[in-house]
Design a protein around this ligand. Structure first.
Ligand code: NAD
Length: 280
């Protein structure tokens, strides 16, 4: 089974669109996502363009605040304080990476946790870890939804995650623990990565290393979620050697067309949830 992330993302976007349209007719209000974009880093420009386009398609009002590469940390912090106070703003997203004069932690920590659509604020990170209600980072949330397309009940499964970033690996581990999986988090200092991967019923690859996971690294009948986005010979490939692995496993996500579209759909979902939380 090839898990079609494009199709699943469309299904989720359609649900979000429907819900927003109902809320709009009842309340005459729609969610707003405000994105802060610093500098002219091309991948960030592309990500933001897609986020804005998809937001508008589902009925979320979006706004991009652009700053030059040289902007001061103080100016961005001031803008975040203003957006925190603005009752018309449901979600705030600061596109990463940021230039070196800006402390990423300071920026993330200042965003109102109830508007933190990326789920990076320490309060959301802590709530996820302790099992409380929280805003969940978009990529791991999307991954979980894709895993569930292949297998509803994950209890007792052995999940292996390659990568321990705050963005992907760590929240993914928390989410899979919540599903009662036994979780191994592997990383660049793991002694024998292949040996860990072959034990996985669910393998989430988020290392950023092209085609790291080969056919003899995966267990038969397992579920493979490929988070990686890498350039190899002018093509976009994942962290998994898709052609080698696909016939051995129960389900696998392709790159592109797997986790990527789901990540954006989950951002829209988080924006809607933030909007709803502010209605009460
Ligand atoms: P990161 O660089 O912050 O973290 C990478 C992690 O992988 C680290 O914990 C590191 O220890 C581990 N790692 C690196 N090389 C390894 C190796 N050879 N063996 C084992 N572990 C190794 O990266 P990130 O931000 O978590 O992103 C990971 C990948 O996911 C990148 O390719 C990125 O482009 C992609 N990504 C995709 C989406 C999406 O929507 N599909 C979203 C975010 C990131």
């Amino acid at each position: 089974m090839i898990i079609d992330g494009k199709r699943e993302a469309k299904v989720l976007r359609d649900q979000i669109k429907k819900e927003i349209s109902v809320l709009k007719s009842k309340l005459s209000k729609i969610p707003n996502l405000t994105v802060i974009l610093v500098g002219k880093f091309v991948p960030s420009e592309i990500y933001v363009k897609n986020k804005v386009k998809m937001s508008e398609e589902v009925g979320i009002n979006s706004k991009v605040i652009r700053y030059p590469e040289s902007v001061s940390e103080e100016e961005v912090l001031k803008k975040i304080e203003e957006l925190n106070r603005d009752t018309d703003v449901s979600g705030i997203l600061v596109q990463l990476p940021l230039p070196k004069q800006i402390n990423k932690e300071k920026i993330i920590n200042l965003i109102d946790p109830t508007k933190d659509v990326d789920g990076f604020h320490p309060i959301n990170v802590g709530n996820l870890a302790s099992g409380s209600k929280s805003i969940i980072p978009c990529t791991p949330l999307g991954c979980l939804k894709l895993i569930k397309k292949a297998e509803k009940n994950l209890e007792g499964k052995h999940a292996v995650i390659i990568g321990r970033s705050n963005l992907n690996g760590k929240p993914m581990a928390q989410l899979l623990l919540r599903e009662n999986c036994t979780v191994t988090v592997a990383h660049s200092k793991t002694n024998d990565l292949r040996d860990e991967c072959v034990k996985a019923d669910i393998l989430v690859a988020a290392a950023g290393v092209p085609q790291l996971v080969k056919k003899d690294w995966v267990k038969e009948n397992s579920i493979i979620i490929d988070v990686g986005i890498n350039k190899l010979d002018n093509k976009i490939v994942g962290d998994v050697h898709f052609d080698g692995v696909k016939d051995k496993v129960k389900a696998i996500t392709p790159v592109p067309g797997g986790v990527g579209p789901m990540t954006i759909a989950c951002l829209l979902k988080n924006t809607l949830e933030c909007f709803k939380a502010h209605l009460t």
